[in-house]
Design a protein around this ligand. Structure first.
Ligand SMILES: *[C@@H]1O[C@H](CO)[C@@H](O)[C@H](O)[C@H]1NC(C)=O
Ligand SMILES: *[C@@H]1O[C@H](CO)[C@@H](O)[C@H](O)[C@H]1NC(C)=O
Ligand SMILES: *[C@@H]1O[C@H](CO)[C@@H](O)[C@H](O)[C@H]1NC(C)=O
Ligand SMILES: *[C@@H]1O[C@H](CO)[C@@H](O)[C@H](O)[C@H]1NC(C)=O
Ligand SMILES: *[C@@H]1O[C@H](CO)[C@@H](O)[C@H](O)[C@H]1NC(C)=O
Ligand SMILES: *[C@@H]1O[C@H](CO)[C@@H](O)[C@H](O)[C@H]1NC(C)=O
Ligand SMILES: *[C@@H]1O[C@H](CO)[C@@H](O)[C@H](O)[C@H]1NC(C)=O
Ligand SMILES: *[C@@H]1O[C@H](CO)[C@@H](O)[C@H](O)[C@H]1NC(C)=O
Ligand SMILES: *[C@@H]1O[C@H](CO)[C@@H](O)[C@H](O)[C@H]1NC(C)=O
Length: 662
């Protein structure tokens, strides 16, 4: 053995004896903790008295990260002969609190992170924790995170809006588990993380078996024996590097969510030191009722003050109730919502003080006025009355998440305004009014078949977008020809989506109002009142029929067997004389095969069994004659045939397919 080898041997021996510098720390509080010396704060994270606040409420796309300033050795520098593992184990324990300003708003959560840098490249705010990119297949990169996710993003495979997940440099988790803990008898007790309550979390990683355990419980409870989530995967090795920062990351968008870390301990030597949870601060939702500064006033005067306070509050409440009619009050939560919030004055001016001449119509959901904004854009202002503010508020949360819906065949929402319990929704103005005015009765100018056909395709595409084009299925609930509007180019656009929901939540004004419109309501809604995308398909089927036949779904003045449009068309279909149902006023404008196809599609959509109706994807494929789609003709014949008495004709199917345009 020469000297060089000898020294190398000694060197390795020393490494084996003391291979890595251990890290072990405990912040039972962040009081007196300073940036860069004790923690490294990135972007919007800051130490706020005794806690770390991860995001800044005033920034729309806020994110923040907090790391221990020293890197931790995770992947050991040399394979050591004595130890069987190339990776260090670690243990972390921390207490966090997640408090939304609006409980029903979309949630974000926070993540515990190991990363080789404090600023991973391409990190995005909002639902990406200020940590991950939106790349569909992110590269191997030393970033391992445990998410405490308080929002549900189905596009990332989130099971619910309150879960834990193991993330390997990817927002799509490797494994998820609803938040909760196993109690002493092994029962699973769910734990809501988005209430502001202090949550105690433990994370243990074993570098030898490549296993990570995550446990959560309400702070103050002893540590549960069984972990909430346990994940073993050798693949994790690819996401760990020699030296890594450990810490937290969180982000948000429009909605305020206060993510705090209250205490934190970490160790590579064994179990992280215990956190004493007794004196941790507590964060509760702020209640809207303002109390008089209680502590300051004491002694004998307290009684008098309380009396005066009660008197004042009663007067105030009475005054407020009185003023509510006239005054527009803006509450904090309203400023959070997208799209744009108009002021009441702006809308009053735009509609000429809601003058009668500007009234475009009044229907199930309220009155609609035509208006001209200051920048000379024409809008339609829909005034919706609701007798509970809570309902309006919940609805706004819904609408603002739907505000992102954009499609050429949807009437675009421009903004909104609230005055008392009246909600005003501002939409693009549709100069040509609604479809029913062009088809039924004696329209000023009858819509010819070519245009009707195009409008039907437009609406089908719009509805297909609502059902399938978005990360969550949006059910329209009130498809009918008067909700289909025609823009300046006579193209069809679907309006009023989501409005029906307002009347489902909260109190319903006309006590027993059925949501939807008679004649368009799917049969199953009579028994089970849960609208589905299939019930939308049904209503769309009715629209197909009424547009092709040029008459309302229920025509009381018609001959007895013709009163209900669907029954009449079905009857004609059974007799093989379907085209007799077609609108006589447009005779000669259509090809018989095409008209038959539309009528059959209408019947298929109105199939009594919801599961046998086609999906909007299939409907669009049939209407535009998309041959790529799976045999539209087959879909049709299958579905129509299901109806009692329908003739079963294989030849007809082929004929139908032959007639479909290319
Ligand atoms: C913060 O850092 C300073 C300087 O290194 C150190 O003296 C102090 O003990 C640290 N505080 C805590 C709570 O770790
Ligand atoms: C903390 O220190 C880092 C590095 O010096 C700096 O980039 C960051 O802006 C600081 N954060 C705060 C909140 O002061
Ligand atoms: C939050 O961000 C705003 C605007 O960027 C800034 O003025 C404010 O100081 C920040 N708040 C805190 C607490 O850092
Ligand atoms: C540790 O790493 C070395 C070299 O990369 C490899 O040969 C060895 O198999 C690894 N040990 C374990 C336990 O994975
Ligand atoms: C982190 O890891 C990536 C990928 O392995 C590497 O390119 C980068 O240089 C590393 N950064 C640091 C600061 O070590
Ligand atoms: C990813 O985010 C960037 C920046 O926000 C954006 O420009 C890009 O369109 C996004 N890509 C995808 C696939 O969402
Ligand atoms: C444990 O949880 C289960 C299910 O939630 C419950 O039925 C049981 O009473 C709990 N046991 C204890 C000791 O709290
Ligand atoms: C994870 O939990 C399981 C079950 O309690 C336990 O057997 C295992 O040792 C734990 N692993 C780690 C890394 O703590
Ligand atoms: C936790 O802190 C409280 C007061 O701060 C103290 O009375 C108690 O003994 C501590 N508990 C432990 C286990 O150290």
């Amino acid at each position: 053995m020469d000297t060089l080898q000898f020294f190398l041997f000694i060197f390795q021996l020393l490494l084996c004896l003391n291979p890595i510098s251990a890290v072990d720390f405990l912040f039972n509080s962040f009081t007196g903790i300073t940036n860069t010396t004790n923690v490294t704060l990135i972007a919007d994270a800051l130490v706020d008295s005794s806690v770390v606040r991860m995001t800044n409420d005033s920034n729309q796309y806020s994110f923040g990260r907090a790391f221990y300033p020293k890197k931790v050795t995770i992947k050991k520098p040399f394979p050591s002969s004595s130890s069987s593992s190339n990776f260090s184990s670690f243990s972390a324990s921390f207490v966090f609190s997640i408090l939304p300003q609006i409980p029903t708003s979309p949630g974000f959560g926070l993540a515990f992170v190991l990363c080789n840098t404090t600023s991973p490249p391409g990190a995005l705010a909002s639902q990406y924790f200020g940590l991950f990119t939106n790349a569909t297949s992110p590269p191997l990169f030393p970033l391992l995170a445990v998410e405490f996710d308080t929002g549900q993003n189905p596009e990332f495979g989130d099971p619910d809006d309150n879960h834990l997940g193991i993330d390997l440099n990817n927002i799509v988790s490797k494994k998820t588990q609803s938040a909760g803990y196993y109690n002493s008898t092994g029962g699973f007790v769910p734990l809501r993380m988005r209430t502001g309550q202090n949550v105690h979390a433990w994370i243990d990683f074993d570098g030898e078996t490549m296993q990570i355990n995550v446990t959560v419980a309400p702070a103050g409870l002893p540590r549960p024996m069984k972990p909430t989530l346990s994940y073993t995967d050798p693949e994790m090795a690819n996401y760990l590097s020699s030296d890594m920062f450990v810490g937290f990351s969180a982000s948000k968008t429009n909605w305020i969510e206060e993510q705090r870390v209250l205490a934190w301990s970490f160790s590579t030597l064994g179990s992280a030191r215990d956190i004493n949870t007794t004196n941790l601060p507590a964060f509760q939702p702020t209640t809207s009722s303002s109390s008089l500064s209680g502590g300051a006033i004491a002694g004998i005067v307290l009684g008098c003050v309380a009396f005066v306070a009660i008197l004042v509050s009663i007067c105030y409440l009475w005054w407020r109730k009185k003023m509510k009619e006239q005054e527009e009050e803006i509450e904090d939560w309203e400023l959070e919502y997208w799209p744009h919030r108009f002021s009441y004055d702006e809308l009053r001016t735009a509609t000429g003080e809601f003058r009668r001449e500007n009234l475009l119509g009044s229907g199930g959901f309220g009155r609609v006025y035509r208006g001209m904004l200051q920048n000379k854009t024409e809008v339609a202002v829909k005034c919706v009355n609701h007798d509970s503010k809570q309902g309006v508020r919940e609805f706004m949360a819904e609408i603002s998440s739907m505000g992102r819906l954009q499609h050429k065949n949807l009437v675009q929402m421009r903004g909104w305004c609230r005055k008392g319990n009246e909600l005003m929704l501002v939409y693009d103005f549709m100069p040509n009014g609604s479809l029913n005015k062009w088809v039924f009765d004696n329209p000023p100018k009858l819509l010819e078949w070519g245009r009707r056909r195009r409008v039907l395709v437009d609406v089908a595409e719009g509805l297909n977008y609502l059902h399938h084009g978005w990360d969550q299925v949006v059910i329209h609930r009130d498809i009918k020809s008067s909700n289909i509007l025609l823009d300046s180019e006579m193209r069809g656009r679907l309006g009023d989506f989501g409005l029906a929901k307002l009347y489902q939540q909260g109190e319903v004004p006309n006590t027993t109002r059925v949501v939807g419109t008679l004649g368009y309501l799917a049969t199953e809604l009579a028994t089970v009142a849960v609208p589905t995308s299939a019930s939308d398909v049904y209503s769309f089927g009715v629209v197909l029929l009424e547009v092709a036949c040029g008459r309302r779904p229920i025509e009381t003045s018609a001959a007895e067997e013709e009163v209900v449009l669907i029954d009449w068309v079905r009857e004609l279909y059974a007799r093989g004389r379907m085209c007799d149902a077609a609108d006589p006023r447009i005779e000669g404008e259509y090809e018989v095969g095409d008209m038959e196809m539309v009528l059959k599609l209408g019947l298929a959509c109105c199939h009594p069994e919801p599961q046998r109706r086609p999906t909007m994807k299939e409907v669009v494929a049939v209407l535009v004659g998309d041959n790529v789609a799976e045999e539209p003709g087959k879909v049709l014949s299958d579905l129509v045939r299901g109806d009692g008495g329908g003739p079963e004709k294989e030849e007809e199917t082929t004929a139908l397919q032959g007639n479909l345009p290319d």
